[in-house]
Design a protein around this ligand. Structure first.
Ligand code: NAI
Length: 701
């Protein structure tokens, strides 16, 4: 039983006890109804308190039960709440720390609610593409007022208990208890018991009225603003409908409406995508052969080699987490420039009010610089972010091997070089690992953690834990060219190039991809990142793979000196200092000439074909990566694309999207693409994993 029962004086106390956040799993729900039955049957008990052990009142549904029959087994949460409401003795929820989702719905079913100040209160279901499903949309507006309740339900954000208690006319909290909650609530419950012994009726939130002086106008306004803000996500607008039902309909009819909305949202691809992303994020840190209790190495000081674009951003992550950093460069002016950029970035945050001035100074005080490797010897970890050149990496890693203390972790931020080769430059390859940050490194959530053939398990576990500490989403990748993300993007870029050759303009491709939901199409992205970066990589990569066909348009663009925004000219023209992409006549001419040289007659290509060629290129390469074991699971591939490449969240990542379309249909499309004489027929042979799953009617998930 995941709830405890005790009697204090004439008050029974039911304590939810299901770590870490007292999720309302089946055993916990049973614990509540059993406790209520015991208390009802005990003549010595006059009132009942429900509270949570440890760090929460309740965080809501037990996510470990999601999708299992246990989640639906009786008593489900709706039934538990009915039992609560029917209880003839006053029931008081004693709320503290965290009260979210089903936890708040449970509390709203109690006769009274008291809370400690500082409690995080939320109905976060919208973040999973749902509405609250156990009466939250009907009871919270009645208890808190329509406008405040709608804000909480639509945003899913937590609000502190003491703030809620200040809402005019609110009946959510009967009392905020400063000091010891249990002493306070037992006294409060005894008091209520005395009141009711004289026959006063027990208050139920369902009996309150949810009213608004101008309900029609208010809900119309809410529909407009919420609709505009939540374009690709249906749930927020449905939250408005559910709350409107609380105002318009009697309680039971409103509950029925909430259930209908909940069930219809559950079936939407958007909610499936959000739930997929929620679980995918949690799955990333599970590494099958590295137990969760692997002892970690202490990382109290980090050294960074190179204070350029990446080195500076990487340093900021650690400074912001309170971890001292020492940065090494070849020349003093490179150090000065690097430090100035870090200052500039933090100052921009201070100006926007996102960072307090004293915090900024504290962070800068953690940063030191040096030109001498000697000064790195007390660092627990070093991250190399020097030029992408294997000769330079060799020099650096040999120098690090000579000075770093035993047990220090040696990481490389290389985006394309072989981590095993870099590890072999040292006498301690087991301490070497890849930490592939994404630019801008102080902003982007993704960190690809590259596990070398010899990387020690505790090094891997330590880096993943450290990644969490600096608030990254860490995804483990094996060693291969481009790791997971860039290896896939190569195929996406190749398709983008072929599309130009066959008849598209860069703006047509970008528009189609952006309409699909990507933050940016491939050509605007290239202009932002710098087309010369890919040019440099292609020169090396395609030397090694002389038979791999790709479109030369991007090379021709670079030969024109059009590197992107930094040269005010790329796939588009730019006005210096501005980011608006203006279609370029020069680029159109270049593409047309190249097309003519290849003897291709342009054809009209649909947006569907554009999107599917680009996205299925990701899917096919992703499937190979999963099958080869470079990625641990398909959902890891999705996390990489959601957090590092601007893949639309409401589609759940490329592999999740392919599942939604149906793998059979994906394979059919690939077969069509393979028949196109201008495309790469060999690439479009479905990866064996994909072909197998499609043939068996299965999905990646
Ligand atoms: P960058 O050119 O901006 O910075 C490199 C810095 O390293 C320069 O300040 C340079 O003075 C310094 N440096 C070079 N050789 C050195 C040495 N022997 N000792 C000490 N310092 C040295 O380059 P960026 O863009 O920061 O790239 C660094 C690494 O990060 C590369 O391996 C790159 O492939 C990788 N990377 C870059 C991304 C990007 O978007 N720029 C994204 C992910 C990884």
């Amino acid at each position: 039983m995941s709830a405890n029962y005790e009697v204090r004086g004439n008050v029974a106390v039911i304590t939810l006890d299901n770590p870490p956040v007292n999720g309302l799993g089946h055993a916990t729900r049973l614990g509540i109804t059993d406790g209520l039955a015991r208390a009802q049957a005990d003549a010595a008990v006059a009132a009942i308190v429900i509270t949570g052990a440890g760090k929460a009142f309740s965080g809501g549904a037990d996510i470990r039960e999601f999708g299992s029959p246990k989640a639906l087994a009786e008593p489900n949460l709706l039934s538990v709440i009915l039992v609560l409401e029917a209880c003839s003795k006053p029931v008081v929820a004693a709320i503290h720390s965290v009260c979210m989702g089903g936890g708040l719905e449970l509390a709203l079913g109690c006769h009274y609610r008291v809370a400690s100040p500082g409690t995080q209160v939320a109905l976060p279901e919208v973040k999973l593409g749902l509405v609250p499903g156990a009466g939250g949309t009907q009871r919270l507006p009645r208890a808190l007022g329509v406008e405040n309740a709608l804000n909480m339900i639509v945003s899913g954000e937590a609000v502190k208990s003491e703030m809620l208690a200040m809402a005019p006319g609110q009946k959510l909290f009967d009392k905020i208890i400063e000091g010891d909650l249990m002493t306070g609530v037992v006294a409060f419950a005894a008091e209520k018991a005395a009141e009711h012994s004289k026959g006063a009726a027990l208050p139920l939130v369902r009996n309150l009225k949810a009213t608004h002086p101008n309900a029609d106008g208010f809900f119309q306004f809410a529909r407009n603003t919420v609709g505009a803000m939540s374009r690709n996500f249906p749930a927020p607008l449905q939250c408005v409908e559910a709350v409107a039902a609380a105002v318009k309909l009697p309680f039971d009819a409103g509950m029925k409406r909430e259930r209908e909305i909940f069930i219809s949202l559950m079936m939407t691809p958007e909610s499936k995508a959000l739930r997929h992303a929620f679980f995918a994020e949690r799955a990333t840190s599970k590494i099958p052969d590295v137990p969760a209790d692997t002892p970690l190495r202490a990382v109290d000081k980090v050294a960074i080699i190179g204070a350029g674009t990446m080195g500076g951003g990487i340093a900021m992550n650690f400074l912001s987490a309170g971890i001292p950093v020492v940065t090494l460069e070849m020349k003093q002016d490179a150090l000065d420039k690097g430090v100035a950029t870090i200052r500039k970035n933090y100052e921009a945050q201070v100006k926007k009010g996102k960072l307090k001035a004293d915090k900024y100074e504290q962070r800068m005080a953690l940063l030191s610089t040096t030109l001498a490797y000697e000064d790195l010897k007390d660092a627990d970890m070093v991250i190399e972010a020097v030029f992408e050149d294997i000769v330079v990496k060799e020099q650096v890693f040999k120098a690090l091997d000579a000075v770093m203390k035993a047990g220090a972790i040696l990481a490389t931020n290389t985006s394309t070089l072989d981590v095993d080769k870099i590890a072999a430059f040292t006498k301690r390859p087991e301490d070497v690992i890849g930490t592939h940050f994404f630019s801008p490194a102080n902003v982007m959530k993704l960190l690809e953690v590259v596990r070398g053939a010899k990387t020690a398990k505790d090094v891997l576990a330590t880096v993943v834990a450290l990644g969490k500490k600096i608030r990254k989403t860490c995804v483990v990748s094996g060693v291969c060219d481009g790791f997971i993300g860039n290896r896939m993007i190569e195929q996406y870029s190749r398709q983008a190039g072929f599309l130009l050759e066959e008849g598209c303009t860069p703006q047509q491709v970008d528009k189609a991809v952006e309409k699909f939901g990507f933050a940016m199409g491939p050509f605007r992205m290239g202009d932002l990142a710098g087309n010369d970066v890919g040019w440099y990589i292609r020169k090396r990569r395609y030397l090694e793979k002389p038979n791999l066909r790709y479109s030369k348009t991007a090379d021709l663009l670079c030969e024109m000196g059009r590197y992107g925004q930094k040269t005010s000219a790329g796939w588009y023209d730019y006005v210096p200092g501005k980011r608006d992409a203006i279609p370029s006549k020069l680029v159109t001419d270049m593409i047309e000439k190249h097309r003519a040289d290849l003897g291709i007659t342009p054809r009209k290509i649909s947006d569907d074909e554009i999107v599917h060629r680009l996205v299925y290129a990701l899917v096919n390469e992703g499937a190979k990566i999963v099958e080869e074991g470079i990625a641990l699971r398909a959902s890891d591939v999705d996390m990489i694309y959601l957090t590092g490449y601007g893949f639309p969240l409401f589609r759940g990542g490329p592999m999740c999207y392919a599942d939604t379309v149906g793998l059979f249909n994906v394979v059919q499309a690939m077969n069509r693409f393979a028949a196109n004489p201008h495309d790469d027929a060999q690439f479009w042979q479905p990866a064996p994993l994909l072909a197998r799953l499609a043939a068996d009617g299965k999905s990646f998930s």
